[in-house]
Design a protein around this ligand. Sequence first.
Ligand code: NAI
Length: 399
Amino acid sequence: MARIVLLEKIHASAAAHLNAEGFSEIVQIPTALKTEDLKAALADADAVGIRSTTHITADALQALPRLKAIGCFCIGTNQVDLNAAAAHGIPVFNAPFSNTRSVAELVIAQSILLLRRIPEKNARTHRGQWDKSAQGAYEVRNKLLGIIGYGNIGAQVGILAESVGMRVCYYDVESKLPLGNAKPVPTLDALLEQADVVTLHVPGGSTTENMMTAERIARMKPTAVLINASRGTVVDIDALNAALREKKLAGAALDVYPVEPRNDKEEFVSPLRGLDNVILTPHIGGSTEEAQENIGREVSDKLARFLKAGTTRWAVNFPEISHVEKQARSRVLHVHRNEPGVIARMNADFAEAGLNIVAQHLQTRGAIGYVITDVEAPISKELLRKLCNEPATIRCELV
Ligand code: NAI
């Protein structure tokens, strides 16, 4: 049975799910490990679970021939050398969707608080002032929410917003099917000019860098508010700061920033600090107990499906093969360099051993090919050795 090592206090839902899937050899290490300690801890491991602090380098992978799968119990995967992992035939899994709901709920809460001017009223009350005025405070009911980036999070924000009576429109660079009564708008400017709440849910990177420029912010209604819980680079912070101070915008809520402290010892620096009509949160949009629990379940499920059946759907670095139940007595997982003739040679080996292939699933991605083969009889050690010794083979396993 596979041995699985979980580091960095991964949520208990992971071990519970793996146990339920029949994996009993689970070793828990509460901390992250540096490369040399990691090599020692994973020497006998078939799979490892990490969060964001443990780095899995090409050097570590070279020293871990038994390791078959890596689970990143978080969203990001840049702590793992993904190309080196693929070159060793190791799929890497993560949990890109586990915290969608947490971000969406925060955005709805921020919309309500900002339109009611609660950040200012809260700050004033803390200072001993008693501002009971209704001026500039609005219900969200019937207001227009403009979603920029109608992906996983954006679409869920739209559904929740409708449930509190908001109207919803969205702008996306791709054609997206509307959920509920949401309406696509043809241009970003059209959205900015109409919306009472503008919320950003686009990816980071060069294509969205500073997409909220001074000019675009100026297109928003002076009574509107801006929410960014996507990536800090998406908003020109100086332009937003100027618009807020000049009262060209009613308020803002930010969870992400162009520069964020690397740890809780570093000071958070931003020109927006001290503005009463701005909600600032420390990149916690997706940080809830539920999201951690979901991440534990989602990634451990991907590991379990890979170890039991070779399923690589949603792997971030590897050819993806969806889950298919074993159709025969034996299943062979074969990872190889993506070059002509590999499958023909493999299948000739099966034929020579008198084995009939019941089902075969092949996918390639860049330099890597991956094929799952179900055959109707047991595989001999000799045949397995032959498959492993095929010139293009990277890894060959039975499950
Ligand atoms: P997603 O990939 O499902 O959706 C992104 C959408 O933006 C896609 O529909 C895409 O077509 C669209 N898009 C890309 N470029 C665009 C552009 N220039 N204009 C308009 N639309 C554009 O991503 P998901 O999962 O919904 O995440 C959205 C953002 O939220 C990401 O930046 C992610 O990093 C961030 N995030 C933040 C968290 C937090 O703690 N604050 C937690 C989780 C995600």
